[in-house]
Write a protein that binds this ligand. Sequence first.
Ligand code: NI
Length: 179
Amino acid sequence: MMEQIEKDLTIMEIMIYGCPVLKEKAARVTDITDDVIRLAQDMVFTMQAAPGIGLAAPQVNRSLRLITIDLSVGEKEEQLIVLLNPEVVEHEGKAFMEEGCLSVPEVNEKVTRPARAVIQGTTLDGNDFALEARDLLARVFCHEIDHLNGKLFIEHLSPLKQRLIKQKFKKMRESGGAD
Ligand code: NI
């Protein structure tokens, strides 16, 4: 079964700003089924193909608490993190840095995130996972966990900036440019 799965990875369609699933609070993963494992593998493949450094299941239209992160974008296997039901259990400090999102293409804006965050969750093998993340890794975890709570990074921006971005995407959808 696993062999078949590994040979047959799919690049999933990434949901774009305006898609309702991106606003939903995602459901906890209660069983690590073949479907969840397959989804995780396809998400890693999709993230690396994009290319991106993080992806949350709602971004591929699955409202589940599952994220993938790889700051090396496929270069270093040991940097790949696949996490179920991740949570920020502790955070400290502030960092203001430019961020982007595969679901909000061509928008890069500076947002404030914790400089350090302690993350807990469950690995795909069902083991407890805890990590102290700093800087970019802390930022990516917070960004992906926001996705699981129906929140996009642009929601950290001023209301005016949010309105401008919203208008831009509305126009793109109307002209069919978002596809
Ligand atoms: Ni994102």
